[in-house]
Design a protein around this ligand. Sequence first.
Ligand code: F6P
Length: 367
Amino acid sequence: MKVRVGVLSAGGDCPGINSAIHWLVYSAMDKDLVPRRGMMFEVLGIRDGWKGLIEVRPEKRDSKKEWTMPLDPDIVRTWDRYGGTRLGTTRINPFNPTDDKSDLIIENCKKLGLEALVVIGGFDNLGVAYKLYRKGLKTVGIPKTIDKDISETDYTLGFDSAVNIITADVDRLRITAGSHSRIFVVECMGRKAGWLALEAGEASGVPIILIPEHDFLIDRVVELLNKRKKSGKRYSIVLISEGAKPRGMEEIHEKRGRDGFGHYYLGGVGGFLAEEIQKKCDLEVRYVALRHLQRGGAPTAYDRRMGRKFGIAAIDMVVNEDFGRMVSLKHGEITSVPLKKALDRLHLVDVEKFYNTKDYKSLDQIL
Ligand code: F6P
């Protein structure tokens, strides 16, 4: 019996997705596993996320070729070492209240002969996978987002690569900051979650970290910077998450409005803070937003490994008919959790445990 499984990536790209697809295909098509599983797999890649399943006309050969891609080990052989997603991605909400495409997606999955669909997505798109599961589609989720904001898993693909990029960029900025004796405000991504700022801040040893989970006071930031200057430090770096905000203010977002899921595109708080600091002290201030550089480049070894483990686990879940669930890393072990539970709430930084609200830095525990 041949079982056809679909796989798609949806939402923001990140390093590690291609590795998950590579190992999903390798595991699905491993002939040695056929006797144990009692089934053989075919894998169909869907292009550009949900868009592929909305646009495809399965009865038309050209349309099928445009929106889907049969995958086998030869095709995906080198994918694991590349960032981004070779299948493409889009930010489309199929459950848009004014233009619901969920029935069409289910219909097209049927017409394409898909027994199950593996969705590599972040909070919003795993939410779509869950809603489709509730409507009868057999879905399995793989968590990916540089924001690491999904509950019930200790890891989401892309996070480690992004932390490494931020760390390397902060190292670069130290050189120019030190030469000129300047303050650099560096803005990183993360949406409502401060994990990227916190963990990259820890890795690179920046003195001031600002996260969305704790509203900061501009005067306190200036005070901390002046204190550092007085103690003889030539330069300082402030790492601020795009979702962080001064107390009493709203998040700063871009003018381009909201995405398909109704979220504002965040960005600009670093520039705002740099100007405020400049007004309040005589230190020279510069601002850098790392933006999509954080999602670029090749996956780190850790993201390749986690992509491998998540991809293989997703196929195991299809074999075991563990649908409506998400692959998860918990306490160093690969397991699966119900999508509903994983999406119950965003996984945010526990300020009491991990953040020093007085000095705006990581709360290092003394062991
Ligand atoms: O969710 C991942 C993420 O990179 C966020 O950190 C960021 O706010 C957003 O995506 C940017 O989205 P886009 O790539 O659509 O501009």
